[in-house]
Ligand binder design. Sequence first.
Ligand code: ZN
Length: 353
Amino acid sequence: MDFFKRFFGNPDSEKKHSRNEQGNSYPKYNYELEFLDALNKTPTNKLFGLNTYWEGRYKELLGNLSPILEKFLSQGMLEISLKEEALKVSELKKILNDNNLPQSGKKEILAKRVFEEVADKSYAANLIPFYKLTQKGQDAIDLYRENFFKEYYNFQLNQADLFLQKNLNELESNHFQFRELHPDQRYLLGKFDSFGERAKSILKKLCQNEGFRIKWNFLPEFEKRLRVLIAFKEIGIRLFDEFKNEYLKEIDLDELYPIIQGNPERLNFGSKEEFVTNLVNFEYQYFWNQGKLQEIIDYRKSSSNFRFQGIQVLNDGCECQAKYGEEKFTWDNIKDLPVLPRHVKCRCIINLM
Ligand SMILES: [Zn+2]
């Protein structure tokens, strides 16, 4: 039985074992608050500032948006503000004066008065209204994000367990079902409902305890977590850094730091603040290249009209460019292919040529 079947099972039987049947293990998005946040984050000068994609997507999730906007306004989570830059103070005062309205107050007040009270609405057109989040609105979003993260963290912990149990099938299924719940599904268009062959081979290597780029002597608990983090980096989980920080909370980084810095190759993984990030990226880079190499070898074996001459190392944007230049390896001297990455921030990748 090949590895794909062993670790990922039959795609047809996969759906029967989905987590949906077991209920609510997915973190729940609050679409109203996601909408509120999206309104706030979209740089706009229009009252309804979302682009058509987002507007359409939130209509799909929430139905008619007008009552929701009204509710946010009446609850004081959102306010209508004016783009005051559109008119100068002197211009605002002149308009108010011409209309026998008071000219006192800050620019904001003057603009609001012109917008609301001047009969000639052509001035209002120059004061472009937009929705602005209030402190109350921001607090509601912050509280939601905090609670969401707790649920999200538990969900990803469950995913980590599945990975460690080598249950990649269920991990994959959960991953995509959860992603479908996110308001922004643009990246789900097309065929992105499975990890893809390379990612699968990388996950497989990782959970089979294949060796790291450096022959580390890690604390077992850290090694386990490092494997999970590399896997999660490969499959692209949301809130990766937040997850990583929480996931490594129980690891004594003071104890770990000298172990990392004392690596046999004497590679410098940076300061105490950044060494974990550098280490995850470094070992991830290694597994990625191993996965790519595996993919090339398999492809070469299986393809009858394979016409590539060998492998090249692409090292743009990395110090290896100056040091090693353009490296090409024909199938005969493939054994000379360097082990990548060569240094901590190496960005070299292998490619067919
Ligand atoms: Zn490099």
